[in-house]
Design a protein around this ligand. Structure first.
Ligand SMILES: Cc1cc2nc3c(=O)[nH]c(=O)nc-3n(C[C@H](O)[C@H](O)[C@H](O)COP(=O)(O)OP(=O)(O)OC[C@H]3O[C@@H](n4cnc5c(N)ncnc54)[C@H](O)[C@@H]3O)c2cc1C
Length: 461
């Protein structure tokens, strides 16, 4: 028996690893693989920062598994086809009877696993990316919910009735003596160095978020100049922290949380349930992996896709300070605040009438937390083409959003130093002020809000 790591580079609450370690010694080989498939990753639009983050965790896991006397080999192969070929040869040569792994949600990954089985690779899959197994939260007709709130209620009810599996940490003291020599490491760019490894995040930032910040989450989660959110998304997206561990820790601190859905702390769990919603949805609707609108009536919208305005959006040069500061946050750090993701996605699709799929791709290519299900869900929500999306006639006013969520302009000034000297009153849309002062600091707006809004309404109608 061998172990195959994929989007689950962790020892903590890893069902495949747990199964592997609880088999009799005679059945297992103490050999594990992780495929470094850069060609495939780039085809899937993974950003450089995300790839670096994954490589750092792969390197760390090699050392951690060596302590459990498991030899994790990092195999450089270009793509999924090469992964299957490698495994087939390895299994045949070494007479492997079982390959243990955790399942992956996305269509190409599932195709790869089907190819493995078709070629006779004895693959056994567990599930490690959600709290409640996908396919278990269903409406009365036995189908997936199409609206978040009833899904959330059913999700809570399921946990109340069945609990959830949490396997905990692996006990290293039980491990057999370590025979693994030459701990292998792969090169990485260190572009993600600002994000500590999962083990450190779990024991420091996450604990202090639960202790000091979660009660204020509802008040500050929409203010991009304040660090009011958890910053856990890269870890969940890369599978290096288990969502079940997150719920376990949360309930340990707030035991009655599932009964207190109006509490401030619950508002954070609510977001974790949104993550579950989008993953369960993608499980039922695999067409979402293939660039289709959830709401098929929008499939044939003829987007303008103007390359000039698209580039201005990408580079943070739209002339709308909050949109531009947000895009520069993404370009400079590989992460963007949730409120801003909503604002820039609305601006791209509704003000510029550019296909949400171009924005979705750009996000994936730049985010450290790029995740197909959440990204697709977020983009289709903003573009009004999605499941339980915002209605098409809701068009965020980027100036009003800026006044509400960055009232003194401190977030804007952080990423647009050219607006440093503009008074708070004018920073949300500084063009008139700049003209009066005869300054030439900033880009003129690429569209006029009121006109763009009317165009969007006509377009969707
Ligand atoms: C257009 C758009 C694109 C997005 N793309 C991604 C993406 O590629 N990867 C990603 O992880 N999230 C994505 N999100 C969701 C959300 O913006 C991020 O999860 C959040 O900003 C991450 O910061 P945090 O960990 O500090 O969040 P917190 O506010 O601390 O939330 C905790 C966790 O809950 C989950 N969560 C929060 N909000 C959402 C949401 N709206 N949908 C699904 N799960 C959520 C995330 O796992 C997040 O880490 C997107 C949202 C939008 C509107």
């Amino acid at each position: 028996m061998i172990l195959w790591f994929r989007n689950d580079l962790r020892t903590h609450d890893n069902p495949a690893l747990h199964y592997f370690l609880t088999r009799p010694n005679s059945e297992i080989t103490r050999k594990a693989f992780f495929f470094v498939s850069e060609k495939q990753w780039i085809e899937h639009d993974w950003s450089e920062i995300k790839i670096d983050f994954i490589k750092r965790h792969a390197n760390a896991l090699v050392s951690e598994l060596a302590e459990l006397n498991i030899d994790l080999e990092l195999v450089l192969v270009p793509d999924f086809t090469a992964q299957v070929t490698f495994l087939k040869n390895y299994c045949d040569t070494n007479k492997i009877k079982e390959v243990i792994a955790n399942s992956e949600l996305e269509f190409n990954e599932q195709q790869r696993d089907s190819n493995c089985l078709a070629q006779g690779i004895p693959l056994t899959l567990f599930e490690a990316d959600v709290i409640i197994p996908k396919g278990k939260v269903l409406n009365q007709s036995g189908a997936m919910f199409k609206v978040f709130t009833p899904f959330k209620k059913a999700w809570i009810k399921y946990i109340a009735a069945h609990g959830f599996d949490y396997l905990g940490k692996v006990n290293t003291t039980d491990a057999s003596p370590c025979n693994v020599n030459n701990v292998q490491q792969i090169e990485n760019s260190n572009t993600s160095a600002a994000w500590p490894l999962a083990k450190e995040y779990e024991s420091t930032a996450l604990i202090s978020f639960f202790k000091d910040k979660i009660t204020e989450y509802a008040d500050y989660r929409d203010i991009p100049s304040i660090k009011g959110t958890s910053g856990i998304s890269p870890y969940l997206a890369a599978g290096v922290i288990s969502p079940r561990f997150v719920l376990f820790s949360l309930l340990h601190r707030f035991p009655d949380l599932l009964l207190a859905t109006d509490s401030k702390e619950f508002s954070w769990l609510n977001e974790i349930i949104w993550r579950e919603f989008y993953r369960h949805l993608m499980f039922h609707e695999q067409r979402l992996c293939k660039h289709q609108c959830f709401n098929q009536k929008y499939q044939s919208l003829s987007w303008s896709n103007n390359p000039i305005t698209f580039n201005a959006w990408c580079e943070g040069k739209t002339g709308y300070p909050l949109v531009d500061a947000a895009m520069r946050q993404l370009n400079q750090t590989g992460w963007m605040h949730n409120r801003l993701r909503m604002v820039v996605a609305s601006f791209l699709t509704k003000h510029l009438l550019i296909d949400w799929r171009l924005g979705e791709k750009y996000f994936m290519q730049h985010l450290i937390d790029g995740d197909l299900a959440s990204n697709n869900g977020g983009w289709q929500w903003a573009a009004s083409t999605g499941c339980d999306a915002q209605p098409y006639f809701r068009v965020f006013n980027p100036i009003r959003q800026s006044e509400r969520f960055d009232p003194d302009g401190s977030f804007i000034r952080k990423y647009l130093p050219e607006l440093e000297s503009i008074p708070a009153k004018h920073v949300h849309f500084p063009h008139q002020y700049i003209e009066n002062q005869q300054l030439a600091l900033y880009w003129p707006p690429i569209v006029e809000h009121k006109t763009a809004r009317l165009q969007a309404l006509a377009f969707y109608k």
